[in-house]
Design a protein around this ligand. Structure first.
Ligand code: GLC
Ligand code: GLC
Length: 836
């Protein structure tokens, strides 16, 4: 069953009923001002950091689920009838409803009794403010008299404190509302603009504003005045009565609501703009007059004035459309498969950009409070957006590297606002540093920018510790070499990529963090998954080291030549064959007692997905058939119609020696759900052994667009990946959870574009090596790579018995297109694939 449809031409998903199984959301903002918005206008806004600079309040895990948002209420002044054009929060039936989620904007259109409302929400480029562009049209035969109320609830900035510290917070709330009737010269646009300035009197230099383009009939800023005693947002007293109270918040819960009276003749339409923004003043220019508590509005006034103009808003929207069009033009494909085209050209790339902006901080499953930017998460996300915004990827890499520890390890998370490592979570996740190697390699391959390897970056953000980025990567390798276990496999530490495989934790106390509790000595539990990752990481280091050897003149550190990394990779491979191979597949780990996990010797958790993916990606067993054996075991034991589960059989009981993984009921999260992030590793591994049909089959099983048809089972948004889909051991097999912020986005993008379609950046040029399904006759792609447009055509050719690569008419040896001469704008590539 579907709840909408894809409009690929407009790059939109169109939701046709408000009661989707879960709130289906979108993101606003591209740079510093961000918001989440659901299909019923729920959600919230923040500046840079969803915890520390939260503008508006949102109630997670509420009933109804989606409460708090960018609400508009309409009231028919003649009949007294009230409704919300976005359905929530009144939930009054509408005569028609449609929500279009597009690239960085959402448009909700609805009709009720001949009044059409059309609301476009977006954040203009380079602006710290969101626009609500509301058009109301009268389709009745008679005049309609409407009361329009806007409504937001302000958060008192720190979202954690805001939802816990009531003894203080009920006293601190403050607003300012310039007089509705002040002199139109100069102060005009400020009339009725609501300024939220809690804590501005003391240490904060920032405030929020909520402005409206039309003359106001009234306003409210105190929540209980607006809602009325014991009422909720579904039926505020002010809306019901049609009259604002011009309330000023003193403590309690500051809100922003404007009241407009609109008279529309038959056929007449009226447009109203609302701006919800953030502004910061410098410390010595906070107040006007200087010795008062009144906000100095000189800096923000021009912004408000500019963006309350309809023309400017239209232009800003066009600029936003252009911006996304340009970003998404870096790679486009036309394949025989519509779901592939749609995801690659639009939604998967878009989701990669959202994970770039949000990491795992703010979604409908991530409260914006708990987690900053994950080290491994952000590094892996980069794989999916590096070709879209290479300059910003560069900055992200350097930010990440600056939080790396002197010992080569990494802070597991850092704050996006301060860019400092988070001490509460700390370090000791032994896979973390290797993702920095993979991300740096991806950046260099994409851009050819070798200078980044010499870029001086501090450790732990400490001045005076600066070292070239390449030296950071060396320490990442060193980190693992200094932490090998009894089988010469990498020690797992607190956890590896699987945050819930906590082999050194042994937690028996409720509430204790599985991730930060470590009470075993840590010298026994080992990870085969890190071994595979380490080999991949060394393979990149071989190439990076040879670049550094030939490009960098002086090396103020102990430089290891490529051979060093080659040798370390070989030694690790030996260790994997000695202790990491179970006979038919790769083992997962050794526990704190030195017992294997992911082995036939276990009753449960006999086989895990991660090492099968990563070890084959690293090339292990490709020649002697072991890779094929491991992937066949994945097919037989882990694959389901909804995707590949993380492990099998699921753990049925909690086990002290395993940690969080066994805390989940069977089939959920790390305990044998389809943990989508790891599925593309299997797709890639299948292409490594040349099985395009199987790779693509796995790709389609979790492709959200394919799953759209079973939305009542899948339940999450059909346009983006979710972190998990309940596995075969779960009663709700097929149900997705935790959509949007997941490494699934970047890895699927990599799997389909670089391995199945086979268009892959390398250090020496773009490589074309498709491993596509046998029933495809070919496909076309356009890829912008290092400033050159590559027009790529792949076709099966009955005349050729082997693959031929023809570049601008010339037959080329191998798969890599040499970098064209300076000044080349376009390269035409034809790849002829031999008939099956
Ligand atoms: C979550 C985490 C990620 C981890 C994965 C598996 O997605 O953000 O860092 O690798 O779970 O546990
Ligand atoms: C929980 C989740 C896991 C996530 C981790 C992040 O353990 O199950 O998926 O990676 O939290 O700290």
């Amino acid at each position: 069953m579907r709840f909408g449809y894809f409009d690929d031409k407009s790059r939109e998903y169109v939701i046709t009923r408000p009661d989707t199984p879960l709130p289906w959301i979108n993101y606003l903002g591209t740079d510093s001002f961000f918001g989440l918005i659901s299909n019923t206008a729920g959600g919230y806004s923040f500046y840079k950091d969803a915890r520390l600079r939260r503008l508006t309040r949102y109630r997670y895990n509420n009933a109804p689920l989606d409460m708090g948002g960018r609400y508009i209420y309409l009231r028919d002044a003649d009949s007294g009838e009230i409704w919300s054009p976005s359905w929530m929060p009144t939930r009054v039936d509408l005569d028609s409803y449609e929500c279009r989620h597009g690239m960085g904007y959402t448009v909700i259109t609805s009709k009720k009794k001949g009044v059409e409302a059309h609301i476009r929400y977006f954040v203009p480029l380079n602006l710290e403010c969101e626009v609500w562009d509301v058009t109301l049209a009268n389709e009745r035969e008679d005049e309609v008299n409407l009361d329009l109320f806007s409504a937001v609830e302000f958060a008192l900035w720190d979202a954690w404190d805001d939802s816990t510290n009531f003894q203080r917070n009920f006293n601190t709330g403050e607003v300012e509302v310039p007089d509705l009737h002040i002199d139109p010269d100069g102060g005009d646009v400020l009339r009725g603009t609501i300024f939220h300035k809690t804590e501005y009197r003391e240490r904060r230099n920032h405030f929020a504003y909520f402005a409206c383009s039309e003359p106001l009939n009234g306003f409210d800023t105190q929540r209980d005045a607006f809602l009325g005693p014991n009422r909720g947002w579904d039926r505020p007293l002010v809306v019901e009565s049609g009259q604002s109270k011009n309330s000023i918040a003193h403590g309690w819960q500051p809100i922003g609501s404007h009241h407009l009276k609109l008279h529309l003749k038959p056929g007449e339409a009226k447009r109203v703009i609302f701006l919800l923004g953030y502004h910061e003043n410098s410390t010595n220019e906070k107040f006007d007059p200087a010795d008062s508590n009144t906000i100095n509005k000189a800096g923000v006034l021009p912004v408000i004035r500019e963006f309350l103009s309809l023309d400017r808003v239209d232009k800003a929207f066009e600029e936003l459309r252009e911006y996304w069009k340009e970003l998404l033009s870096k790679f486009t494909v036309v394949t025989p498969d519509e779901d592939t085209n749609r995801m690659v050209n639009i939604w998967n790339a878009y989701q990669c950009m959202i994970t770039f902006n949000m990491s795992r901080s703010a979604s409908y499953f991530e409260s914006g409070i708990g987690r900053g930017m994950g080290f491994r998460d952000s590094a892996q996300d980069l794989l999916g957006f590096v070709h879209i915004v290479p300059e910003r990827a560069r900055e992200r890499l350097l930010d990440l590297a600056a939080t790396q520890l002197i010992n080569g390890g990494a802070f597991h998370q850092y704050s996006p606002l301060t860019k400092r490592g988070n001490n509460d979570v700390g370090s000791g996740f032994n896979d973390d540093p290797h993702w920095l190697v993979l991300a740096t390699a991806a950046y260099v391959k994409e851009t050819g920018d070798l200078s980044i390897l010499d870029e001086m970056v501090p450790y732990e953000n400490q001045r005076g510790t600066e070292m070239p980025l390449f030296e950071h990567l060396q320490r990442a390798i060193q980190y693992t070499l200094e932490r090998l276990g009894p089988h010469q496999l990498p020690l797992i530490g607190r956890a590896d990529w699987n945050d819930c495989l906590n082999l050194n934790c042994f937690s028996d106390t409720p509430g204790q963090s599985f991730q930060t509790t470590t009470n075993q000595d840590g010298n026994t539990a080992e990870s085969v998954m890190i071994a595979g990752l380490f080999i991949l990481s060394c393979q990149e280091m071989v190439q990076l080291a040879s670049i550094v050897a030939s490009h960098t003149v002086t090396k103020a550190y102990d430089f290891h030549a490529p051979e060093f990394y080659l040798e370390k990779a070989q030694q690790m491979e030996q260790a994997v064959w000695q202790a990491g191979w179970d006979g038919e597949w790769f083992r997962r780990a050794y526990d704190a007692f030195g017992e294997p996990l992911g082995s036939r010797l276990n009753d449960e958790g006999q086989i895990f997905i991660e090492p099968q993916g990563l070890c084959v990606m690293a090339g292990l067993g490709v020649e002697d058939g072991k890779a094929r054996q491991a992937l066949d075991a994945v097919r037989d034991r882990l694959a389901t119609p909804h995707g590949v589960v993380l492990l099998n059989p699921a753990y049925s009981r909690y086990q002290l020696r395993l940690g969080e993984i066994s805390s989940y009921p069977p089939g959920y999260k790390e305990n044998a759900s389809i943990f989508c992030h790891s599925n593309p590793w299997i797709m890639i591994a299948e292409t490594v052994i040349g099985r395009g049909d199987r790779a693509f089959d796995y790709y389609k099983r979790i492709n959200p667009s394919v799953r759209e048809a079973i939305s009542e089972v899948h339940r999450c948004e059909p346009y983006v990946y979710a972190q998990t889909i309940a596995g075969k051991d779960a009663p709700t097999h097929g149900e997705a959870k935790n959509s949007w912020l997941t490494g699934t986005a970047s890895w699927n993008y990599v799997a389909i574009t670089q391995y199945i379609l086979g268009i892959k950046p390398t250090y020496n040029g773009l490589s074309i090596h498709p491993v596509i399904p046998s029933d495809w006759q070919g496909f076309e792609a356009k890829r912008i790579f290092r400033g050159v447009v590559y027009n790529i055509k792949v076709e099966r050719c009955s005349s050729s018995s082997s693959t031929r690569l023809i570049v601008d008419g010339q037959l080329i040896e191998g798969y890599v297109i040499p970098i064209p001469p300076e000044g080349t704008l376009e390269v035409n590539v034809v790849m002829e694939l031999a008939e099956n």
